[in-house]
Design a protein around this ligand. Structure first.
Ligand SMILES: [Fe+2]
Ligand SMILES: [Fe+2]
Length: 206
């Protein structure tokens, strides 16, 4: 059942929009460069869903909506973090971290998405989480390896993604943290929790 992303027909179980409507909406709200990235994440997520037995429709919806808050104004995101009682520690960071949790919240109100797997996949795609269900892992990894990504190590991440998804989660987590340390960037505590669960103390499988 190697479904291609363009061939997926949505039921009404997870969203009332068709896939084409959703993409048209993204094209209005989001820059074309990011839409290209989003479609790359969707293509990859649908492939991984087929490989690991996840629902392709859920993978497509989560992928298409994962960066929905990425270009929203900071002020709006700050208000949302406060009004939705999110972790206030978020306010010490910026959109790079916010757009996961705020995106999940926006997608719920704007598109009526209530499926917890889809919402968690969007919520946790930026820094991961100690516990991730299959769809969360797929979106986290697809975001890292989609065809538009070019950086040292991406080929290894792609190889791992299609052979051992958990190893790909660990690899992406370790590389991302390493990159942040090299830049001496501030690290959101949940990213460290993800690292502690998926990387620390594990035998290197790659
Ligand atoms: Fe993102
Ligand atoms: Fe993304």
């Amino acid at each position: 059942m190697n479904e291609r992303s363009e061939e997926i027909v949505y039921s009404v179980n997870y969203i009332t929009h068709t896939r084409d409507e959703l993409i048209a909406h993204l094209k209005e709200a989001i820059s074309s460069k990011r839409v290209e990235h989003i479609l790359g994440v969707e293509k990859t997520a649908v492939e991984l869903a087929a490989q690991y037995g996840e629902n392709a429709e859920k993978a497509s919806i989560a992928a298409l909506l994962h960066d929905f808050a990425k270009e929203r104004p900071d002020e709006e995101m700050r208000d949302l973090i406060i009004s939705e009682n999110m972790d206030l520690e978020l306010l010490q960071f910026g959109n790079n971290i916010w757009h996961g949790p705020t995106g999940a919240s926006l997608v719920q109100t704007r598109f009526g998405v209530t499926d917890e797997d889809i919402l968690n996949a969007i919520r946790n795609h930026t820094v991961g989480a100690p516990e991730m269900r299959l769809l969360e892992k797929i979106i986290y990894v697809a975001d890292y390896i989609e065809p538009g990504r070019h950086f040292p190590g991406v080929e290894e991440a792609r190889r791992l993604a299609y052979t051992d998804l958990d190893a790909a989660v660990a690899y992406a987590t370790e590389q991302t943290l390493r990159h942040l340390l090299e830049k001496r960037a501030k690290i959101y505590p949940k990213a460290i929790e993800t690292y502690n669960k998926w990387v620390a103390g594990k035998v290197k499988g790659y």
